[in-house]
Ligand binder design. Structure first.
Ligand code: NAD
Ligand code: TYD
Length: 340
């Protein structure tokens, strides 16, 4: 394997994967295709911008011509697809873009890959396709019961990947990652939103009772899991990738406030998200059998992440302007005046 197309490589996890791969495999060529939506950010790729084995293209995965152009020009061997609309709250406000990118876009990528004879395709998916689990852990064969338009569109994309494996014999793999956190995460997701708001002594909108459970996975662990599955995953297989680190939202919020030395009085319990999944939890035996495990020590990794946001205000302050403020107002203005 020599030339890998990383779609969505200017986003949070995609850029971590690109930074990781460019350094780890100097003999590979890492080609990024990204539409640069509100979530795509060239600053995320600054650390690799001068590396000879990295190249960037701006384009939409749902655009046949754009995808074909890159595959042919760069003689792509493998595709790793991170490109997606990725935020549940935005999918509740307007699902269209989610279906367009997370379903249609995956189909276009698969079809262009098939036409060009690219036989290795990895789809980055999410534990949210399973839906919520009150007790126990989801395993890879469990039925999918996605609850948000985001989760449903990711499940749709995955089904198309499955069909290309079964029907056309494409060598596909899928990873279902859990809630990921770390440096360079767009400040709409709960952790970077709360960290950057708390730095500015602004209120933290905790949905519902704050007792929802998420399994937190550090971004570099997510990147290394995808690298492993790309190289050692079996064709047609799906792998759960969890942090094995379940936390209640309110506990994560309190821990974060302690690291920032900010008061708990910033916490506001606000109106819940419609269809809010109560708990996500995965069993990761299958990927562990390939030799991967999460690095653990959540408090230390959370602190490391918080210190990064404290040191890198240049990165997030310019994001929290323009379209971001429009979105923030739509999502939170009423909630924060009304309360729970
Ligand atoms: P992100 O929103 O930070 O980045 C998405 C990237 O995709 C952006 O760079 C954006 O510009 C690009 N993009 C969007 N639409 C595109 C299109 N039509 N064509 C080309 N590029 C497009 O997302 P993220 O948090 O880094 O998530 C990456 C992937 O991982 C997604 O597929 C997501 O579903 C999955 N995932 C995320 C998490 C998480 O906690 N963030 C957990 C599990 C799985
Ligand atoms: P989020 O980061 O949006 O990830 P996901 O919905 O994909 O799990 O949210 C993580 C958890 O935090 C989820 O239970 C919803 C909750 N949350 C809040 O309580 N307040 C917020 O402002 C946000 C964005 C999320």
């Amino acid at each position: 394997m020599q030339t890998i197309l990383v779609t969505g490589g200017a986003g949070f996890i995609g850029s971590a994967f690109v930074r990781y791969m460019v350094e780890k495999y100097p003999h590979y060529r890492i080609i990024v295709l990204d539409k640069l939506t509100y979530a795509g950010n060239m600053d995320n790729l600054l650390p690799v911008s001068d590396e000879p084995n990295y190249k960037f293209y701006r384009g939409d995965i749902a655009d046949h011509g754009a995808v074909r152009g890159v595959i042919e020009t760069e003689k792509i061997d493998s595709i790793v697809n991170f490109a997606a609309e990725s935020h549940v709250d935005r999918s509740i406000l307007s699902p269209d873009a989610f279906i367009q990118t997370d379903v249609m876009g995956v189909y276009v990528l698969l079809e262009e890959a098939r036409r060009a004879g690219v036989t290795r395709f990895h789809q980055v998916s999410t534990d949210e396709v399973y839906g919520s689990i009150p007790v126990g852990f989801f395993k890879e064969g469990d039925p999918l019961e996605p609850n948000s338009p985001y989760a449903a569109s990711k499940a749709g994309g995955e089904m198309m990947v499955r069909a290309y494996h079964v029907t056309y014999g494409m060598n596909t793999t899928v990873t279902r990652g859990s809630n990921t956190f770390g440096e360079y995460q767009y400040p709409e997701k709960v952790l970077p939103l709360f960290i950057t708001e708390a730095i500015d002594d602004r209120p933290l909108p905790v949905y519902g009772d704050g007792m929802q459970v998420r399994d937190w996975l550090y971004v570099d662990d997510h990147a290394s899991a995808i690298d492993l599955v790309l190289h050692q995953g079996k064709p047609g297989e799906i792998y759960n990738v969890g942090g094995e680190n379940e936390q209640h939202n309110i506990e994560v919020t309190r821990m974060m406030l302690r690291f920032l030395e900010k008061p708990e009085s910033l916490i506001r319990y606000v109106k819940d998200r419609p269809g809010h999944d109560r708990r996500y939890a995965l069993t990761c035996e299958k990927i562990r059998a390939l030799g991967w495990h999460p690095s653990g020590d959540f408090p230390a990794l959370l602190e490391k992440t918080i210190r990064w946001y404290q040191k890198n205000e240049w990165w997030w302050r310019k994001i929290k302007t323009g379209e971001y403020l429009e979105y923030y107002k739509k999502q939170y203005a009423e909630r924060l005046t009304e309360g729970n």
